[in-house]
Design a protein around this ligand. Structure first.
Ligand SMILES: [Zn+2]
Length: 117
């Protein structure tokens, strides 16, 4: 895909913003984890299980956020090398609307749905 200079800059800015946002989410996530531990001390067994469940969920969210954070770097490198916007599997152009929804996708809709099924 040949992005115009302007699009290129806009995309980079979007990715940088996304990186910042993901970093903040990651920081916020560990705070939520700490809160759960505090709650555990003063609640009963049943709530404790809820708390542990909530903690596991927040850990899973953090893990996904970390993966996306790593993807930002991968995608930025692709913008640099002019490879941004091509599908990892088939090499076809990814629908720009799809990239607009999530600039971190690396598969076209066909390959993504094949992987999911
Ligand atoms: Zn594909």
């Amino acid at each position: 895909m040949h992005l115009s200079k302007h699009d290129d800059i806009a995309l980079r800015e979007r990715l940088e913003r996304l990186r910042q946002q993901l970093r903040e989410e990651l920081a916020g996530g560990s705070e939520a984890g700490a809160t759960v531990e505090l709650d555990q001390a003063r609640v009963g067994r049943l709530s404790r299980m809820d708390a542990l469940q909530a903690q596991a969920m927040s850990r899973e969210t953090s893990r996904r956020t970390s993966v996306r954070l790593a993807m930002v770097d991968v995608v930025l490198a692709r913008v640099d090398s002019g490879e941004y916007g091509y599908c990892d599997e088939c090499g076809e152009l990814i629908n720009p609307k799809r990239l607009d929804v999530d600039p971190l996708v690396t598969l076209c809709i066909q390959c993504a749905s094949l992987k999911e099924s």
